[in-house]
Design a protein around this ligand. Structure first.
Ligand SMILES: [Zn+2]
Length: 372
């Protein structure tokens, strides 16, 4: 027996949307102001026209719904909504992050059955805004190299990592802004799969053991410290060899721990989440900087066994969640074919309250756009 309650909408179904859209008006203003600036600076027409278009999309995110209206049966089925899919739209980024988690959790868990998975955070020194784009670019390159050391494609004389049995991983970029000293903190959250255990016999202390945000002291294993040194050399553009590794007193922070299920959220959340969670929208200068720094970058990337997965897919449908709606609509269609109409979100909410129609939607839309 199919459970149709999972596709029915009620008065509170739309309660979460306004909070997630609260910055969109401001972000739209940012896009327009930025476009005006670039226009003034004689940038190419295509470039700033696109920014105006982004402004309109962000401003109208989730405002209009395509609805299939079954008049005789007084049922309205929400089929589609105009998501802007913008990097700065908290709504779209949470929709996509949740859909991503739903889609990839089983795949990762499957690898987990026969391998160890570690949550590893790779950090570089905090940097000023004007170098952020280059720092991130370098991190991307360095991480690619780091993976090549892990899988044995690149060799460091006298050092081998094949014993770890690296299987692959997922790497995602997170950016945070530190207002106190006006610096940026780009870092990677990764899930890395190995057939063997990393050596996590943590007994060494260094500068990264202490954080101003917590009293907890973090110890590192020999292996983590080695990773820190290699990661550092890669990012400052020095050759990674034995002598240089030995000469590094302190690398850049790399911290590895056996992954917990909740770490998947860390990896699949969106890049700017932490800044948006601060309950103030990011400032205009940050907006411009993030936009330029993240342009054409893959925020989430798979390696090894996970190389060929489209982690950044914009598709949020999940077949198994949509069986109920398909069946329900098949029954409705026995009586009549629907008419496609458009409804504005606020009118739609009023309509649901009035109770004149029964509103339904797919499990995917309900779960990812309305509920999560
Ligand atoms: Zn959006």
């Amino acid at each position: 027996m199919v459970d149709y309650s999972a596709i029915k909408l009620n008065e509170s179904s739309f309660d979460k949307l306004p909070a997630r859209l609260r910055y969109n008006g401001l972000v739209a203003d940012y896009y327009r102001t930025y476009a005006d600036e670039l226009k003034h600076d004689n940038f190419s027409r295509d470039y700033f026209e696109r920014l105006y278009k982004n402004a309109d999309l962000v401003e109208n995110c989730s405002k209009y719904w395509e609805v299939d209206y079954y008049r005789l049966q007084r049922v309205k089925s929400l089929e589609k909504v105009n998501l802007c899919r913008d990097k700065f739209c908290v709504n779209c980024q949470s929709v996509l992050a949740n859909a991503r988690l739903h889609k990839f959790e089983p795949i990762i868990k499957d690898v987990w059955k026969t391998n160890k998975i570690f949550h590893c955070v790779f950090t570089v020194e905090n940097c000023k805004g004007f170098v952020l784009k280059n720092v991130i670019k370098k991190m991307y390159k360095s991480f690619g190299y780091f993976v090549r050391y892990l899988n044995g494609r690149a060799k460091i004389r006298g050092l081998k990592f094949d014993y770890l049995g690296f299987k692959g991983g997922v790497r995602s970029l997170e950016l945070t802004y530190n207002k106190e000293d006006d610096t940026y903190h780009p870092h990677f959250h990764c899930l890395l799969a190995f057939s063997k255990n990393l050596n996590l016999d943590k007994k060494f202390l260094n500068k990264f053991s202490y954080s101003k945000y917590s009293d907890e002291v973090r110890y590192f294993s020999q292996e983590e410290i080695l990773f820190q040194k290699i990661w550092y050399l890669l990012n400052i553009g020095e050759k990674v060899n034995h002598i240089n590794i030995d000469n590094v007193d302190l690398g850049y922070s790399v911290a590895c721990d056996e992954a917990k299920e909740t770490d998947m959220h860390e990896v699949f959340k969106y890049a700017l989440k932490a800044d948006f969670d601060k309950d103030v929208c990011l400032g205009f200068e940050q907006f411009k900087l993030y936009r330029e720094s993240l342009l054409n970058l893959r925020i989430i990337q798979g390696y090894g066994n996970f190389l060929n997965y489209e982690f950044e897919t914009n598709d949020f449908s999940a077949v198994e969640l949509d069986v109920a709606i398909q069946e329900y609509k098949a029954q409705l269609r026995l009586v009549e074919n629907p008419v496609r109409v458009y409804e504005q979100a606020d009118i739609l909410v009023d309509n649901i309250k009035s109770g004149k129609w029964n509103y339904i939607t797919s499990g995917s839309i309900k779960k990812f756009i309305l509920e999560d």
